[in-house]
Design a binder for this molecule. Structure first.
Ligand SMILES: NC(=O)C1=CN([C@@H]2O[C@H](COP(=O)(O)OP(=O)(O)OC[C@H]3O[C@@H](n4cnc5c(N)ncnc54)[C@H](O)[C@@H]3O)[C@@H](O)[C@H]2O)C=CC1
Ligand SMILES: Nc1nc(O)c(N)c(N[C@@H]2O[C@H](COP(=O)(O)O)[C@@H](O)[C@H]2O)n1
Length: 273
């Protein structure tokens, strides 16, 4: 995604509002309002292959993504995404202050990502975004990286070993991740990807942690071999279906909003016009 200032219309903002975190954060103690949001092709691919950044959003939906970034206190991605994309993870909407910038959060259990060399940290050093929080198990990340990260206002968040499941590498439970972020004072979280992160959230019981879903669907097929969104189907599992879906065309793309949690229904009905 490029670097010129983006504009997102008041009309489009209003359409999204029922699916966004409340402007005044809810109760102290509750987990962050978590919005799952990514851009997908017609064949459910979010990139051509794991290490490849693939532009799917058109200019209008890209502006929407940046509006979403401005409406959440944090933006979460997995280490696969930062290694592949070296993303900025800031908001480039017109008129955004540093205070309004989201806090990047990277799930990187064994600290594979060299944050000191990242675009994200460089932008934070220039005051164009916030420095990331890196969620990991390693208690002594490389000294130079830690120094650079902390000097810019970022940090490592250490998860205990008891949180890491061993059958599939180091995996933290999502409840533990969200609890750790809540304890850092973050009330809302935009979860952008990549494939491993999204697929692991779209299964019960983790799916209950998702407050809303806002997808960009681009009119393109990426073909086989891409990173696809297709969560594991557990035995006897009911179909996972978006509740309260709203389809909203934006440029050549379409935005699909919805909820996944039963208790979001009432809230939506009260807030939808
Ligand atoms: N189109 C879109 O909107 C987006 C596309 N992407 C694309 O997705 C691709 C990357 O996806 P993936 O390779 O699946 O990488 P990923 O970004 O999902 O990161 C996967 C890694 O994160 C860590 N991880 C994930 N869940 C964890 C958990 N519960 N506990 C501990 N560690 C955990 C593991 O180390 C795992 O290997 C890239 O090509 C990127 O461009 C990424 C974000 C958005
Ligand atoms: N909304 C959206 N549309 C696409 O077409 C994308 N490829 C992505 N990717 C996500 O955005 C990150 C790049 O962000 P910056 O512009 O560098 O801040 C990338 O890492 C993915 O998380 N998203």
């Amino acid at each position: 995604m490029g670097s010129s200032a983006l504009v997102f219309s008041p009309y489009d903002r209003e359409v999204l509002e029922p699916y966004l975190p409340p402007r005044t954060p809810a109760n102290h103690g509750s987990l962050p309002f978590s919005t799952l949001t990514f851009a997908t092709s017609l064949d459910s691919a979010i990139s051509l292959s794991p290490g490849v950044q693939t532009i799917l959003s058109g200019p209008e939906s890209k502006a929407m993504t940046h509006y979403l970034r401005s409406r959440h206190e944090a933006i979460l991605v997995g280490v696969g995404t930062v290694m592949a994309d070296d993303p900025s993870l800031n908001c480039r909407l017109e008129g955004i202050t540093l205070e309004q910038q989201p806090r990047p959060v990277v799930i990187d259990p064994v600290v594979r990502w060299d944050v000191a060399k990242s675009k994200c940290l460089s932008l934070a050093q220039q005051g164009k975004g916030k420095a990331p929080y890196i969620v990991c198990i390693q208690s002594n990340p490389p000294f130079g990286q830690r120094k650079a990260l902390e000097a810019a206002g970022g940090k490592y968040i250490y998860m205990g070993f008891e949180d890491a499941m061993t059958d599939d590498g180091f995996r933290f439970g999502w409840n533990s991740i969200l609890t750790a972020l809540r304890d850092e004072g973050l009330h809302s979280l935009m979860i952008e990807g990549g494939g491993s992160i999204i697929n692991s959230l779209l299964v019960p019981p983790e799916v209950e942690l998702i407050s809303s879903v806002i997808l960009t669907i681009a009119p393109t097929w990426l073909g086989q071999g891409g990173v696809t969104i297709s969560p594991e189907r557990k035995e006897k599992q009911k179909q996972l279906r978006l509740q309260h879906p709203k389809w909203h065309p934006l440029g050549e793309d379409i935005i699909l909003c919805g909820t996944l949690r039963a208790d979001r229904g009432n809230w939506l009905q009260q807030h939808s016009k």
